[in-house]
Design a protein. Sequence first.
Length: 341
Amino acid sequence: MKEQLEVIQKRALAAITATESAAELEGLRVRYLGKKGELTALLKQMGKLSPEERPMMGQLANQVRAELEAALESQSAALDAKAMDEKLAAETVDVTIPGKKVALGHKHPMYTALDEFKEIFLNMGFEIFDGPEVEQADYNFTKLNTPDDHPAREWTDTFYLTEDSRILLRTQTSPMQIRAMEEHGVPIRMISPGRVYRKDEVDATHSPMFHQIEGLVVDKGITMADLKGTLNAVIREIYGPETKTRFRPHHFPFTEPSCEVDIQCHKCGGKGCPTCKGEGWIEALGAGMVHPKVLRGCGVDPDVYSGFAFGFGLERLAMGRFKISDLRLIFENDIRFLEQF
Ligand code: DAH
């Protein structure tokens, strides 16, 4: 039995030091030390030995087991270290190779203009409202005091989404005056930027989709002087402190009185040039005192409250701000154009 033990010991040790993987090593552990392993099988035969031989053989067997366990452990550590070395060698990184350049985008010039605009109004205590582009004709027209036979309601001008002309793509951000008063109540100071849609052919100044920024102020004692003062302050903030403005009478169904606001041409200083089409002035926005019917429709008493509203064209604002001559450039998203801002 002693010889058998020594044979197992020799063979096992040789096999262990020759292993090249953890799986192989585990196989050997099972083969020699496992429940059905060779050493275990041999130990089961101890019963056959004489009582004198038994303690000596027992001691020897334990010694062999301990030796094999130690050998397994140190081989396992050696294999781990080897695997780590190989991994490190394979994953070497050359930190001196130049990196790949990531092309970073930046804000579209129209949104730069919009952010500047929002900042000006936030500083004056206005809130910003967001509203739906798919709108009810009721909000886009009726509640804005627009008569049933108004030309803007024509199917040739407006994108309707239902046969009964009740749902449409909003043609202006003005319905947000109604929504804001209904949701928020008065007093209110708000602006609401967003997309609007009209059946227009694309050219240098038209697009079937464009952006407006609506504004509304309602409080006790608001007058035309507040309208002029506020809009002049905003325009001078955007276009420079020397900018001259002109308020021209106009008509909008939802304001009374109504006006259009022009700014003196920044190119020619008012003499007349191609940019202002010889006029000396460039139209900047529509505005007016909120019509009493509109206030009443929103549950606001026009004998107590009054207000003014205005609507800027965002593209026009950005074109003036960045001296862009053609509206199409704003929508085409040609990188060579956008990268200039
Ligand atoms: N919604 C008008 C348009 O699209 C612009 C406008 C005019 C808005 C007067 C207003 C306003 O709030 O008071 O032509």
